[in-house]
Ligand binder design. Sequence first.
Ligand code: GAR
Length: 199
Amino acid sequence: MLKIAVCVSGGGTNLQAIIDSIKSGRLENVEIVRVISNNPNAYALERARNEGIDAVCVSPKSFSTRDEFNSALLDSLNEAKPDLVVLAGFLVVIPKNVIEAYRGRIINIHPSLIPSFCGTGYYGLKVHEAALQRGVKITGATVHYVDEGTDTGPIIMQKAVEVKEGDTPEILQRRVMEQAEWIILPESIGLIAKETEKK
Ligand code: GAR
């Protein structure tokens, strides 16, 4: 059984996609042991609690220094003892202490085809705004391992999505989620679960 901790900041539709894949049996031998949000108001926390999943908030606002927050984040992960940390719309730069403790065991979903529209400042809707501004005809999503850089780690899976005439950032974001993110994030976790079983 691959135990995963899922880190979230907002709506949690990617978290829901993982939950639904586990419930439907498409994603086997995977258990969500904890959901962590930096944002106390994230709807993702409610999604987790609705499913009886342990859900906690670790907010930078509750700590006087960034180092204290970084330690609390690591403590919260360590308590849950995950085999894999999944960043599903977690809009916090992962601190060094967490990367070192979970090297090669953190994955992230990014809403573009890396290396396009990624790196510092590219998150959420901003990614789709930039893609529309550049006029690309194809965009998509990427699941990758997390290293010290921003969106620089090895790529696990990508899926392309068409940009259509008249798209707004919101419409494009929704299509990228439906046609790419909600598919490749559970699939990537499944791939890692299978590889872990073989070891
Ligand atoms: C998703 O589109 C995810 O790819 C993006 O935030 C959204 C979270 O939505 N992540 C990034 O931009 C990371 N750089 P969700 O909370 O509904 O899953």
